[in-house]
Design a protein around this ligand. Structure first.
Ligand SMILES: [Zn+2]
Ligand SMILES: [Zn+2]
Length: 107
């Protein structure tokens, strides 16, 4: 469920970015269409991290022989990198999952 939310967010970001035109259509002299590879000059412009809260769960601790329940927030650290190609004056961004972080240390 929560993974789906993240996948949706990544998809939404991907849709906002212009499509990667790695391949361009080229019509040769005899009329056949061929896929021709286009070279890009991708340079990383920025990378930023953000925490996306995904879940909250309970964990138990013992304090003076009394069992207590505490709440812990689970977040995913996501990295967004922005790349720019000065050959074609366009940009793309990539979102990747870095790690899962719990707000409290517990077993
Ligand atoms: Zn390019
Ligand atoms: Zn936790």
């Amino acid at each position: 469920m929560h993974l789906r939310v993240i996948l949706f967010a990544v998809l939404a970001i991907a849709l906002l970015v212009p499509s990667q035109d790695t391949f361009a259509k080229k019509v040769s002299t005899d009329g056949d269409e061929q896929e021709v590879r286009v070279e890009h000059n991708w340079k990383r412009m920025s990378s930023e991290f953000k925490l996306v809260h995904t879940d909250t769960h309970d964990y138990t601790v013992w304090h003076n022989f009394i069992k207590k329940t505490r709440k812990c927030d689970i977040s995913h650290r996501m990295k967004t990198e922005v790349w720019y190609c000065d050959l074609h004056n366009h940009a793309k961004s990539e979102v990747s999952f870095e790690e899962t972080i719990h707000s409290h240390q517990h077993k």
